[in-house]
Design a binder for this molecule. Structure first.
Ligand SMILES: CC(C)(COP(=O)(O)OP(=O)(O)OC[C@H]1O[C@@H](n2cnc3c(N)ncnc32)[C@H](O)[C@@H]1OP(=O)(O)O)[C@@H](O)C(=O)NCCC(=O)NCCS
Length: 230
């Protein structure tokens, strides 16, 4: 049960990642996170482990010359009950201890589109494919923690807390968080010191994208109430 489909007028192929893609996945990652600390960047051997653990949750897009131009990595878990850092959530990027085979949410840990290919709707296609996979796996939907990468431009005027508040109220847009909200993600709350990237003010926004609007299970109520009260 893997995904392999032509997208955007058949210009690109979106499919689950294979081990032979991992060197190019490392390259895409290096181009997409230029200000993230080195210890938080995914490398070839991490991608290999992710594919071994949960190939259905690892995706790439290739162009007509079969070059990988976009990637995204995920794992399965139960809805997080407390705040965590990126390295805690990802078992120091390996996912070995993070991935719960019986998890009912798909947690996205990265999404990268090479700069030349941005603005074409490729990240939307990847989020859509992740949602299709959630349906196939009969789980509840996706979680992501989106980097507030646009903060750098405002760091002399706003604290990271103020930036997040303005973003939540749509008084600002952010290259990453706005793209994720447009793809369907719903704001839950910021997590400060989630990772180490001065451009992002070290913060990220916890968001979710449920498959259904049905009442959430009990362990979700806290987050759901929080969203409602915003
Ligand atoms: C974030 C990222 C994945 C978006 O990829 P993309 O393929 O260019 O995004 P899309 O073309 O699918 O755009 C989706 C929506 O977001 C909007 N968007 C994209 N870039 C944006 C920006 N810089 N500012 C505001 N909105 C933006 C698009 O307009 C589009 O909305 P629309 O449907 O109303 O037109 C890409 O910029 C990237 O790789 N960034 C660096 C890595 C990163 O931050 N990843 C996320 C980590 S959590």
């Amino acid at each position: 049960m893997l995904i392999n489909q032509k997208i955007l007028n058949e210009e690109f192929v979106l499919r689950n990642a294979e081990v032979q893609d991992t060197a190019q996945m490392e390259y895409v990652q290096s181009q997409c996170y230029p200000t993230l600390s080195g210890g938080e960047i995914l490398k070839k051997h991490h991608f290999e482990n992710h594919i071994k653990l949960f190939q259905q949750g690892q995706f790439v897009i290739e162009d007509q010359k079969k070059n990988i131009i976009a990637t995204t990595s995920t794992f399965l878990c139960h809805f997080p009950t407390h705040d965590h850092t990126f390295l805690e959530a990802t078992d120091n990027l390996w996912l070995t201890k993070s991935h719960e085979k019986d998890g009912d949410w798909m947690y996205g840990i990265d999404m990268g589109v090479l700069p030349l290919y941005r603005g074409k709707g490729l990240s939307k296609e990847l989020y859509k494919a992740r949602q299709e996979m959630c349906k196939m796996l009969e789980i509840k939907g996706q979680i992501t923690v989106g980097m507030t990468i646009g903060y750098g431009k405002f760091r002399n005027q706003l604290s990271i807390e103020e930036y997040c508040e303005k973003l939540k109220n749509d008084e600002l847009t952010d290259p990453t968080v706005s793209a994720q909200r447009k793809a369907g993600f719903v704001w839950i709350r910021p997590i400060f010191n989630y990772l180490t990237d001065p451009e992002a003010g070290n913060a990220s926004i916890l968001m979710y994208y449920p498959l259904s609007d049905k009442p959430k299970p009990n362990n979700f109520q806290h987050e759901y109430t929080h969203i409602k009260s915003n």
